[in-house]
Design a protein around this ligand. Structure first.
Ligand code: NAD
Length: 499
């Protein structure tokens, strides 16, 4: 039986609209393989309408006092909480992650709204009296204007919420282009912001692929661009956006190492590694996709890890009985992941647990890949260099921490790196020397919470100011420094005359 397609409207100037232009992109339920919606691929004309709507809404929104902007965000947060399970199910249905993982995705997004609710304090400037005799100096932060967010498929709730709550709280207006693979969760959440009382045109949604992205990057009325996605596109967004005079923060892909020291706690480290490698079916920019096994850790942690990997059940996530791990995003992506596993074997690695060809009896068309562990990987292999973005854990073995750090530091990426150890000294050395912007000590996925920057380095990030935390507020504002001197009291100044 064919299921009815979910609507996928654009949101321009406060109106939900059906758009058409460059055809559609099918949205799947990865658990079943069924098409559940079609994302319209818009054109430069839709971008122009959305940017114009945001541009027109900007003066009124900027003049709205920060506390009033925050009040809308407080109401928004309450509505997200009220509709939490509905959002979670929509997220799981279009993405495929388990319900527990979807709850995490939405909760992390809610934390960003909570952060943005503190905007009156976050926006405060600085001042200094008597920078010279009788002269004072102060700074204020003002919004930029129209800002843009372009988001990936893997966190349909959280990643858009990394961007627009802070951008709006700072007084900007916004155009969001969600991933064409998972637009429905973003639409649902923005609907709640509308319900919370956001004025028309302050936030807009357009849908599309390259034409829409390029139109956003080059539009003369766009001031800033936030992007999250794969490294080649992140670089493209940064280069084209900055060439056209925009401020750009552009998060790319990653390859994250999890170091296992010989003294690591076996149970906690294998659990942490399993969660890091296979959580969200490995479709995370902070996935711990390579275990770096030092010395005798191979004898203690690896047997526990292999046993736990074999026990992971993959299956459909859109129902009450939950598997340990869900499907990957598409049939093409499943094929790519399986081809990379094969490339590992062809180049001489040893497949210790093979998740290729995984099937689920109830859902023969779901996009399943079983949890996979590949041992004896070396840094020349394709699987060591390419981001696999699936449930595949590479293992590399080293005798010493020094050589392992040296290998990891040659990676072009720099998102996250973790170490499991009982030694404070080893942890300290690792933290000091590892070339990554987010470090975990006995934490498998050291993704930073909203009060800290989401801090990729190198080819995992292009730009200066990261998303989240104070850097997020700085990104979405420009500073004004005022130097003030008053020569004499005004004529009508009673206080002065009385003196
Ligand atoms: P993607 O790069 O394919 O797509 C991201 C966005 O770019 C989408 O909105 C898409 O429509 C747009 N896009 C795709 N191709 C384009 C093109 N040729 N020109 C212009 N725009 C284009 O990424 P994805 O597959 O949706 O997401 C997975 C990637 O995102 C992984 O590499 C992952 O590591 C990365 N990611 C990074 C972070 C981070 O914070 N560093 C967080 C989440 C995901």
């Amino acid at each position: 039986m064919k299921t009815a397609l979910s609507p996928c409207p654009a949101f321009i100037g406060g109106e939900w609209r059906t758009i058409s232009g460059n055809g559609v992109n099918p949205v799947y339920n990865p658990s079943t393989g069924a098409v559940i919606a079609e994302t319209p691929l818009g054109t430069a004309k839709h971008v122009d309408e959305a940017v114009q709507a945001a541009h027109d809404a900007f003066p009124g929104w900027w003049e709205t006092p920060p506390i009033d902007r925050a009040r809308i965000l407080f109401r928004f947060r309450a509505l997200v909480e009220e509709n939490f399970e509905d959002i979670v199910r929509c997220n799981t249905r279009e993405h495929g992650k388990t319900l527990v993982e979807s709850r995490g995705d939405v909760k992390r997004g809610m934390e960003m709204i909570e952060f943005a609710c503190g905007i009156p304090s976050l926006l405060m400037g600085e001042s200094l009296e008597n920078v010279a005799k009788g002269i004072d100096c102060d700074t204020i932060r003002q919004p930029l204007g129209v800002c843009v967010g372009i988001t990936p498929f893997n966190f349909p709730a959280m990643v858009p919420l990394w961007m627009y709550p802070v951008a709006l709280a700072c007084g900007n207006t916004f155009v969001l282009k969600p991933s064409e693979k998972v637009p429905l969760t973003a639409i649902k959440i923005v609907g709640l912001l509308e319900k919370a009382g956001l004025p028309k045109g302050v936030l807009n949604i357009v849908h599309g692929g390259r034409e829409v992205v390029d139109a956003l990057l080059t539009h003369p009325k766009v001031r800033a661009i936030s992007f999250v996605g794969s490294t080649p596109i992140a670089r493209h967004v940064f280069e084209v956006g900055t060439k056209h005079g925009k401020r750009v923060q552009s998060n790319g892909g990653a390859k994250n190492y999890v170091f296992l020291m010989p003294d690591a706690d076996v149970e906690n480290s294998s659990r942490g590694l399993i969660e890091a490698a296979f959580g969200c079916a490995g479709e995370r920019c902070m996935a711990g996709s390579t275990a770096v096994v030092i010395g005798d850790a191979s004898k203690t942690v690896i047997p526990a890890l292999l046993e736990a990997t074999r026990a992971i059940k993959v299956g459909p996530t859109d129902r009450e009985l939950q598997p340990n791990m869900g499907p990957v995003i598409s049939k093409q992506h499943r094929e790519r992941v399986e081809q990379l596993i094969a490339a590992g074997a062809n180049e001489g690695a040893k497949i210790s647990v093979d998740g290729r060809g995984a099937k689920h009896a109830d859902e023969p068309n779901g996009f399943f890949v079983g949890a996979t562990v590949i041992d004896q990987v070396d840094s020349t292999m394709t699987i060591a260099k390419e981001e696999i973005f699936g449930p595949v854990l590479n293992m590399m073995r080293f005798d010493q921490l020094d050589a392992a750090i040296e290998m990891a530091n040659k990676s072009p990426y720099g998102n996250g790196a973790s170490i499991f150890t009982r030694s404070g000294k080893a942890a300290r050395e690792f933290k000091h020397r590892i070339k990554a912007g987010m470090v975990g000590i006995n934490i498998g996925v050291p993704a930073s919470v909203p009060w800290f920057p989401f801090n990729g380095w190198d080819e995992s990030f292009f730009g200066d100011l990261h998303m989240q935390g104070k850097e997020g507020v700085q990104f979405f504002t420009q500073q004004k420094v005022t130097t003030t001197r008053w020569f004499n009291y005004g004529e009508g100044d009673i206080w002065h005359k009385e003196k």
